[in-house]
Design a protein around this ligand. Structure first.
Ligand code: SAM
Length: 268
């Protein structure tokens, strides 16, 4: 299995609980991405790596019934979850498809968009430049690409993740690790990525999100996104015990995680 298949498998299995465990992060981050991309009525938007629809749904509301939003994701579970959101919100202007954002141009031949969104996904791509080029190739003249990435976590998060690793070490087999392929994020790196990818006026802005998390939420939170890979390496019969030991090791009031998200925008 290659890195991309591995990553898609992790998100496929995470889709059922992604952003559904009472710890709000991806939804506010995606709302801010849409606000920055600023779609208007009638616009055509591509949401690359759309996940369960965190940015697809607000984008579809913004473009309205005369617009169009296409979600694209490599994980079938995410595509199914986004499809369910589209149906639940009655968004006839939105569709979702299974596919690789690195080949977005080939998947959507001849189509052009006013906005392409890439929310919290570029670091999962083996070749982010190929993906930016492909996404830029789908923009209309003057169209905008907007991406978000988690670039910095606070000492509280480092403490939490360190504790998780130490406490779970006797249970994990070491087989699974979070499927990040790139440590992207420096503002110069991001603007260079956009400009080399064919965009101009590339700019970055950082926003800090405060994420409160209780001890009893930590396991489900890890399980609901990329970090579930480490928990999956714990043999199933030991998981309940590992979870109980972890929860007993965490401060009962939990943590407030300060997570810095970098938004990068550019235009064709
Ligand atoms: C952290 S989630 C972000 C989802 C959504 N954009 C959000 O903000 O909640 C990353 C998503 O990117 C998708 N993804 C990763 N690599 C991809 C690729 N090459 N093509 C399409 N989707 C991809 C994953 O399947 C996953 O759904």
């Amino acid at each position: 299995m290659n890195a991309k298949e591995y990553m898609a498998g992790v998100f496929d299995r995470a889709a059922d609980t992604y952003e559904q465990v009472g710890v709000a992060f991806f939804a506010p981050v995606a709302a801010e991405l849409v606000r920055r991309a600023d779609p208007g009525p009638g616009d055509h938007v591509l949401d690359a790596g759309c996940g369960t629809g965190a940015s697809l749904v607000p984008a579809a509301h913004a473009v309205g019934p005369t617009g169009r939003v296409v979600g694209l994701d490599l994980a079938p579970g995410m595509v199914a979850a986004a499809g369910a959101q589209i149906e639940r919100h009655g968004l006839s202007q939105a569709t979702v498809m299974l596919g690789d954002a690195e080949h977005a141009e080939d998947l959507l031949p001849g189509q052009r968009f006013d906005i392409v969104l890439a929310g919290m996904m570029l670091y999962f791509l083996p070749d982010p430049l190929a993906a930016v080029r492909s996404m830029a190739g789908l923009l209309k003249p003057g169209g905008r690409l907007a991406a978000s990435l988690l670039v910095r976590s606070s000492p509280a998060e480092a403490e939490l993740l360190g504790l998780v690793e130490r406490v779970l070490a006797p249970y994990t087999t070491g087989a699974g690790s979070a499927p990040f392929t790139h440590k992207l994020g420096g503002p110069e790196e991001m603007t260079a990525l956009f400009e080399t990818g064919g965009l101009r006026d590339a700019a970055c802005a950082d926003v800090v999100f405060e994420v409160p998390i209780q001890a009893a939420q930590v396991w489900d939170w890890l399980w609901s996104a990329a970090r579930r890979a480490a928990l999956e390496s714990i043999p199933e019969p030991s998981r309940a015990e590992a979870r109980a030991v972890l929860e007993a090791s965490l401060p009962p009031d939990g943590y407030v995680l300060e997570r810095t998200v970098r938004y990068t925008t550019g235009r064709l």
